[in-house]
Ligand binder design. Structure first.
Ligand SMILES: CC/C=C\C/C=C\C/C=C\CCC/C=C/C(=O)SCCNC(=O)CCNC(=O)[C@H](O)C(C)(C)COP(=O)(O)OP(=O)(O)OC[C@H]1O[C@@H](n2cnc3c(N)ncnc32)[C@H](O)[C@@H]1OP(=O)(O)O
Length: 289
């Protein structure tokens, strides 16, 4: 994939930390505009914190940053695992940036969707063991991101779900398949059709979340769980993951352009734009209260 020069400028070089924190060896940190990355060279585990205020919503630039980072980690032979979390202890991700879909320029809208497809393909198909440490609310695109990981740990007191239908939006087939592949068909039918935002405990009860851990302990738990995943020889784990996920990924790869066209056509409908305007007003008014 070819990235724009502007997007590449956002990504600074990995820097060696000026100190060696206890228990961490050859620890590297990196910062992009909206991501905080800590790489432990000994364990080969990268902790990536979403860091885009106010709600870690995914716009074109943020998605591009994530894709560039994913490419770096995939190509870094010393990296074996990725823990994805948020720097904001209340919101994992507010999902797609609604402003990308309101009064959009069709070219940018298409690029936005292609970049989201790219993020999903690289995270869902990553050779790395991936754990989402969901330390805040995670609607729609935030839920999709968590669903793309191999394991999900969530802190209590938050909500998660593919709530698109509640907004009058049809979740694309690869969103729905990601849910089916985690929770099974019946649970996915109910929660995707109804657009349910579930509490941590409800999500745990249907298998959307694998483990519930208090926010302050979530990273420690994620590191411990990662050790279990990394006990398996990488090659065996990676090929098994590929075998299981390939059919779902192939369906999107085969229909990538059609999926973009569907998205652009749907979002630019007058009725959808009108509904989106109302939704944005509601969000802004709620934020003011
Ligand atoms: C056959 C098939 C045919 C067709 C199908 C084709 C295509 C399919 C079509 C479309 C698919 C689209 C899929 C969409 C996926 C998405 O992810 S849509 C986004 C969904 N997300 C939401 O609805 C989240 C909304 N936000 C919230 O619920 C809350 O804000 C929060 C729980 C995330 C955080 O709550 P609070 O901490 O209370 O914060 P505030 O609500 O006060 O918000 C602060 C600030 O942030 C702004 N904001 C919130 N969310 C977003 C967002 N997603 N994008 C942009 N901006 C957001 C909010 O407006 C406030 O802004 P200010 O007022 O402070 O400026």
């Amino acid at each position: 994939m070819i990235w724009g020069r502007r997007a590449l400028q956002h990504v600074k070089r990995f820097k060696r930390l000026p100190f060696q924190p206890e228990g961490l060896h050859r620890c590297m940190s990196a910062a992009t505009q909206n991501l905080v990355v800590e790489m432990d060279g000994k364990s080969g585990v990268a902790v990536v914190k979403l860091n885009k205020p106010p709600v870690n919503s995914f716009n074109l630039e943020f998605l591009t940053e994530i894709n560039i980072l994913m490419e770096k980690l995939e190509n870094d032979k010393s990296c074996r695992g990725l823990i994805l979390t948020s720097n904001n202890n209340k919101i994992f991700s507010g999902g797609l940036d609604i402003m990308e879909m309101y009064n959009p320029q069709p070219d940018r809208l298409a690029e936005f969707w292609r970049t989201l497809q790219g993020m999903w393909l690289s995270l869902y198909g990553s050779r790395l063991a991936t754990i989402a440490a969901i330390n805040g609310h995670s609607p729609a695109g935030g839920c999709l991101t968590a669903l793309s990981c191999d394991y999900r740990i969530m802190a209590p007191g938050f909500t998660i779900g593919l709530n698109e239908t509640q907004l009058g939006i049809i979740p694309p087939f690869w969103f729905v398949e990601s849910m089916i592949n985690v929770t099974g068909q019946r649970q996915a039918e109910v929660c995707c059709q109804k657009g349910l935002m579930m509490t941590t405990e409800q999500a745990h009860s249907i298998g959307l979340v694998d483990d519930v851990v208090p926010g302050e302990a979530i990273l420690e738990r994620a590191h411990n769980e990662m050790k279990n995943w990394l006990k398996v020889p990488d090659f065996a784990r990676q090929l098994t993951k590929r075998q299981i996920r390939k059919p779902t990924m192939d369906r999107l790869i085969a229909k990538r352009d059609e999926d973009i066209q569907n998205f652009v056509q749907f979002i630019t409908k007058d009725s959808v734009q009108k509904a989106m305007g109302v939704y944005i007003d509601q969000l802004k008014n709620k934020a003011k209260k």
